[in-house]
Write a protein that binds this ligand. Structure first.
Ligand code: GLN
Length: 194
C-alpha cells in the first residue's frame, strides 16, 4: 500500500507515523507499507492516496503552485485533507489571502480562522461515525477553519460545537482538526480502507 503525505510544509512526520500505524491496524504487512513524502510531481507516481496536512494554507497553496502540483494532486484517487489541507480541498474559501488557490474538489465552503481568539486552539473528544459505526476521537483544533456550508453530496462524519468538523464526499475526506496529533488512528484507518 503506497500512500503519500504532501511534505512542503506543516505537520508531515506526525501523519507519516499515523499512517504507518493505521496500515498496521488494518492488517497491511510491514513489508507492504509504503509512505512517500511528496515534494515534487514525480513523488505522486503510483500513489493510492495522499494526505494534505495542516499548516498554513496560503503557504501551501503558493508552494504547490511553484511545484506545479495542483493538477497532479487532483489526479490522486483519494485525498484526506486536515485543517489547512481541508481548506485546500474546499470549493470556496472565505477569508482567502495572498491569492491562495484551492483544489476545489469538495463541495464545501470553509471560513479560515473562524474560531474566536481564545478558542483559536482547543482539544475536544468528539463522536464520529465511520462506516455506520459510532466511535470517538480526540480532536485538536489549531486556528482551525469552520465548514460553513456543505453541498448535497457531502456526508458529515463528525461535528463539534454544532459545526461539521469531518466530512466526506466520495473519495475525499476533510477534517478541520488535526487527527495526527492525538494518537487516534481511526480517521487514518478509515481513509486507507475507503
Ligand atoms: N489557520 C490555518 C490556515 O488558514 C490553518 C491552521 C492549521 O492547519 N492548523 O491556513
Amino acid at each position: 500500500m503506497r500512500v503519500g503525505v504532501l511534505a512542503l510544509q506543516g505537520a508531515v512526520s506526525e501523519h507519516v507515523s499515523c499512517l504507518y500505524k493505521a496500515m498496521g491496524k488494518i492488517g497491511v504487512p510491514e513489508s507492504e507499507r509504503e509512505i512517500v513524502e511528496v515534494r515534487v510531481k514525480s513523488d505522486l507516481e503510483g500513489l493510492e492516496g495522499i494526505v494534505l496536512p495542516g499548516g498554513e494554507s496560503t503557504t501551501l497553496s503558493l508552494l504547490m503552485e511553484e511545484e506545479g502540483l495542483f493538477e497532479a494532486v487532483s489526479a490522486v484517487p483519494k485525498i484526506l485533507g486536515t485543517c489547512a489541507g481541508a481548506i485546500l480541498l474546499a470549493k470556496e474559501i472565505i477569508g482567502a489571502k495572498n491569492g491562495q488557490k484551492s483544489l476545489g474538489l469538495m463541495d464545501i465552503s470553509v471560513v479560515r480562522n473562524a474560531y474566536g481568539r481564545q478558542l483559536e486552539s482547543f482539544e475536544e473528544r468528539i463522536g464520529i461515525v465511520l462506516d455506520g459505526k459510532e466511535g470517538e476521537i480526540n480532536a485538536v483544533f489549531i486556528r482551525a477553519p469552520v465548514i460553513g456550508k456543505v453541498g448535497e453530496g457531502v456526508e458529515v462524519l463528525a461535528s463539534c460545537r454544532g459545526e461539521p468538523v469531518a466530512v466526506r464526499q466520495g473519495k475525499y475526506i476533510a477534517a478541520t482538526f488535526h487527527p495526527e496529533l492525538s494518537g487516534d488512528t481511526l480517521l487514518h484507518e478509515y481513509f486507507l480502507r475507503t
